[in-house]
Each structure stands twice: as C-alpha cells, then as structure tokens.
Design a protein around this ligand. Structure first.
Ligand code: F3S
Length: 384
C-alpha cells in the first residue's frame, strides 16, 4: 500500500510509539485487504469500552497510548450507567475499572458519550458518501445503509488507530464494487416496529456477510431500519443492506437474481411468550420517538417487574420530561450502557426484548434465556 511521505514519517516512529503502532496496524490491514492507499475519515466510533468485554488487558493497552485523535470520535456503550451504576447492581471495583477505561479514552481526545447510536446525538459525524471508521455492528450497518456513508466492520483497536491517524485503508465497503447487492429478499408481510428486528434476525442467519436488497410491502421508518440492520449484523455479519424506496443507494441497483422469499409465518415464529424477570428496551439505544412511544404505552401504569430502557445520555439530558414520564411507571432509564454489554443483566434468568439483536446476544453474552416480543407485548408483560 502506498504511503505518503508524512505517513511514512508516522510509520517510522517520528511522532512516537502510539502513532507508529497505529500506522503499523493500518498498513497491515491495507496489505491484507490489498488497499491502494489510506483515505481520510470524517469520524470514528470506537467499540471495546465495557470492562466486561476488554478487562484488565484492554485497560492496560489503552493506558499506555499517548496522543490525540485527529477526527471527531465517540465511544460505544460501557458496562454501566456512569451515574446510576449502584442502582444497576454494579460493584465498586467494576465501576472503578470502567471509569479508568473511559478516562483513558478521554485522554486520547475521544468524546465520552457512550452510545451505539451516535447518529442520533451528533449530525456532523457522517453524511452520504463520507468515509468513516465505526466499529459497533449496528452503527456500522446504519452508517453504510441508512446514511449512505462508508465504513468497514472495524474492530475497537482498528477504529481507534484510524481515529488517531484520521485515515483508514481504502478497501471493502469504501469501494463502489463492494456495495453492490447480492441477494434479493422479498418480504410477503406488512411489517411494523419490532417485526423489522424479527426479519433481520432471520435474514442475517440466511445471508451471512452478503449485501441483501429488500423489497418490502411497508415503508420502514429510520428506527425500524436501525432495528433491521442491528439484527442482521448480530445473527449474520451484514454490514450493508439496501431497501427499495427507503435507503439512499438502493435506486442505483437492479434487484439481484438470487432471491429469498420471507413469509409472515417465519417472522411470527421469532416471537414467543413467557415470564421474564427483566424486560429491556433500547437495543440499539432508544431514539426520542421510541421513548415517546414507550411513555405513551406506559402512561397511567405501574411496572411489576424490572424494566430497563437504554438510551444515550445526550437524549436523556435533553428530554427530562419524557424521561420523567417513563420513570413514573417504575421503569428505569439507563444511559452509557445496555442490557448486553453490562454485567448487571447477568443476574436475571430470563429477559424479554423487542430487539432482534438483543434476542440473538442475550443467551450467549448474558447467560439468560431470551424472549422476543413486540413493544406492546413487552409493556403488557411488564405491568401484568
Ligand atoms: Fe447497542 Fe448494546 Fe444493542 S451496544 S446495539 S444496545 S447490544
């Protein structure tokens, strides 16, 4: 891969060990994937924040880094709500290590809003056609598919190195030829709300890392696209999809020849019922309109079970009245974290979710049984 004279200097260690290591990682990725050069990025979204997932080894690695990120960079959810961690049942020792991780990122100039929906907080991180380096799978899918920006499936370390250099290697989804859809998904059902997560749950398993092209009977909202992409990224490895009439690049392509038809019964089969001990909303982090809908559904009711609603701190701070309405029911609104990356959910045996992504991850990462239900059914189970 070609390096400019300035990039060569970084590679040779002229600005110190951190930038040298960052350039080595970017150059190695470029060589593996046959990139011709590095390209500038507009922003980075960095996963690998929860102490539950990166542990002491990750904290030590981060603490040794010296430098500043070159582009706006934001963190993925951490292992706890930074203000209400006691209420979540997080231990003092976990909280201390978690704060050290966030402080290590902050010292590198990374913003400490911990969210998987950075596009709902800042509108200058990614626009159509921008190259970015994002690393949380649902955020990657949203950036590529709904915004029309371009990112590979970065890991936490590669997103951080891209942030430090302000560039990424030019391969994969940064190139036009890799954004062409491979398989047509024709859906024979009217979809609403969590049905998109259920659809993504099925389709991700079927298509793996291919680029699906959807023909739907209903027009999805941005929140519904968020749920669809998040579920496909979890049950498969889908980083980009197109929806005819709904996503910005879909109009450029013909429907692929390979075709899969999804019937309504397949979507219904993802749902089940049961008695959960935790009901969790907000995977990916709830938007303002999702919170408004929940507030409406919970109006005048009291929850009888533990209920978590995960969102970003920016949204919580900006909409105190909305949060108050939800919390009046007894539900808890948590920020900076989620039901999957926080160890606090491990004390529950059965979690009910309205998210295809959480439904996939809860059994493996939280050791709990998962029940997928519609948003209305989740609320009914909570107040029953
Ligand atoms: Fe976000 Fe956690 Fe779901 S990081 S996408 S809420 S698993």
């Amino acid at each position: 891969m070609y390096l400019t004279p300035d990039e060569e200097k970084l590679f040779n260690g002229e600005r110190g060990a951190t930038y040298q290591k960052a350039m080595e990682i970017l150059a190695a990725l470029g060589d593996i994937y046959d990139a011709d050069r590095l390209i500038p990025i507009k922003s980075a979204q960095i996963a690998g924040v929860s102490y539950k997932t990166i542990g002491d080894a990750g904290l030590e690695w981060l603490s040794d880094l010296k430098g500043k990120v070159a582009v706006p960079s934001i963190l993925n959810p951490a292992g706890m709500d930074r203000e209400c961690w006691r209420e979540m049942g997080i231990s003092e020792s976990f909280a201390e290590k978690q704060e050290k991780i966030i402080q290590a990122y902050e010292a590198l100039g990374v913003r400490t809003e911990c969210s998987c929906t950075p596009y709902n907080i800042f509108n200058n991180l990614a626009a159509f056609g921008d190259h970015v380096a994002w690393s949380e799978s649902s955020a990657i899918s949203y950036a590529n598919s709904v915004i029309g920006a371009r990112t590979n499936r970065e890991g936490g370390p590669s997103a951080l190195t891209a942030a430090l250099i302000g560039k990424t290697a030019n391969y994969g989804f940064h190139l036009d030829e890799n954004r062409i859809p491979h398989v047509l998904i024709q859906v024979e059902a009217e979809l609403h709300d969590s049905d998109y997560g259920a659809l993504g749950y099925i389709v991700g398993e079927m298509v793996g890392d291919k680029v699906p092209f959807f023909e739907l009977k209903s027009k999805p909202s941005k929140d519904e696209l968020k749920s669809l992409g998040a579920a496909m990224a979890a049950s498969g490895a889908v980083a980009l999809y197109h929806v005819a009439g709904a996503t910005p690049e879909a109009g450029k392509y013909e429907a692929p020849k390979e075709k899969i038809t999804i019937e309504e019964a397949q979507i219904k089969a993802v749902y089940s019922s049961g008695e959960p001990d935790l009901i969790a909303f907000g995977c990916p982090h709830s938007s303002v309109s999702e919170l408004e809908r929940l507030a409406q559904l919970l109006k005048g009711k009291k929850v009888k079970k533990e209920v978590w609603v995960c969102t970003s701190r920016a949204i919580k701070n900006k909409h105190p009245e909305l949060i108050r309405k939800i919390e009046k029911s007894g539900a808890k609104v948590f920020c900076d974290t989620c039901m999957v990356v926080s160890p606090a959910s491990e004390r529950f045996g059965c979690m009910m979710v309205n998210s295809g992504k959480a439904h996939k991850y809860v059994p493996n990462l939280c050791g709990a049984r998962s029940i997928m239900a519609t948003t209305e059914e989740c609320v009914e189970a909570a107040v029953r």
